[in-house]
Design a protein around this ligand. Structure first.
Ligand code: NAI
Length: 244
């Protein structure tokens, strides 16, 4: 399925982003790994099938100037940009009545505004190319809400709505924009949850296991592929059947 053009993966130094970079590279795409630490990204790049065609770029996705600089550098390094996977994200959980304005803003800044900054920077390039694939990593929490995650849920629901708007705006230029909404995936982000929360979660998953980072690769690879050429504005839920 080797394809032309680079695929940008944000938050590629660990967790889901790192697995996506590895599995998308194995499918034949050169990867632009984006994250805050060049050193950690370089470590992740060593996992890739053909690491010589992939490069690392340091940026905080919540910083507009850094994002613009990185997208410019990627444009200079590759003939075209095939895909953008907006994966970088954070949580700062807490019940609404205890949530500080700072924790509200920090999560919205990275998850939602970061997704906007990357999309905003890459869209004109994809429009000129008359092709491109944007895949945004939302969450089932953005569809259902979750006690203790008002900030995170709002950011992930915002991504779903932004995806549909971008899909409508860019469709005429051959650019698709879709979401993948993971359920509970075992990563550093979820490692600190109490055992009881994990056990409750497991009870609610018809496929009777928690997700692994590799469980998302197929969905993202599909949305980046030619097979998904006529799919846009959609949210593909990958959660073992928890939300339906
Ligand atoms: P993680 O915490 O292991 O990885 C998050 C990545 O984002 C890290 O590489 C981190 O360095 C990067 N990142 C954070 N802030 C950044 C910033 N300002 N600029 C650049 N990079 C930044 O988390 P995980 O689990 O791999 O999550 C990846 C995505 O999947 C996130 O968007 C998360 O919300 C989403 N997700 C995860 C689920 C799970 O159960 N683990 C469930 C649903 C969605």
């Amino acid at each position: 399925m080797a394809a032309e053009g680079v695929v940008i993966v944000t938050g590629a130094n660990r967790g889901i982003g790192r697995a996506l970079a590895r599995d998308l590279a194995a499918a034949g795409w050169p990867i632009a790994l984006v994250g805050r630490s060049l050193e950690k990204l370089e470590e992740a790049r060593q996992d890739l099938a053909d690491e010589t065609s992939s490069r690392c770029y340091a940026a905080d996705v919540a910083d507009w100037e850094q994002v613009q600089g990185v997208v410019e550098a990627i444009q200079g390094d590759y003939a075209s940009i095939h895909g953008l996977v907006n994966n970088a994200g954070i949580t700062k959980d807490g019940l609404l009545v205890r949530m500080s304005p700072e924790n509200w803003k920090a999560v919205l800044d990275v998850n939602l505004t970061g997704t906007f900054f990357l999309t905003r920077s890459v869209a004109p390039i994809m429009m000129r190319q008359r092709s491109g694939r944007i895949v945004n990593i939302s969450s089932v929490v953005g569809l259902t809400g979750n006690a203790g995650q008002a900030n995170y849920a709002a950011s992930k629901a915002g991504i779903v709505a932004m995806t549909k708007s971008v899909a409508r705006e860019l469709g005429g230029r051959g650019v698709t924009c879709n979401c993948v909404a993971p359920g509970f995936i075992e990563t550093d982000m979820t490692a600190e949850l109490p055992e009881k929360v994990r056990a409750d979660m497991l009870q609610r998953i018809p496929l009777k296991r928690l997700g692994q980072v590799e469980d998302l690769s197929g969905a993202v690879r599909f949305l980046l592929s030619q097979d998904a050429a006529w799919i846009t504005g959609q949210t593909l839920v990958v959660d073992g059947g928890m939300v339906m």
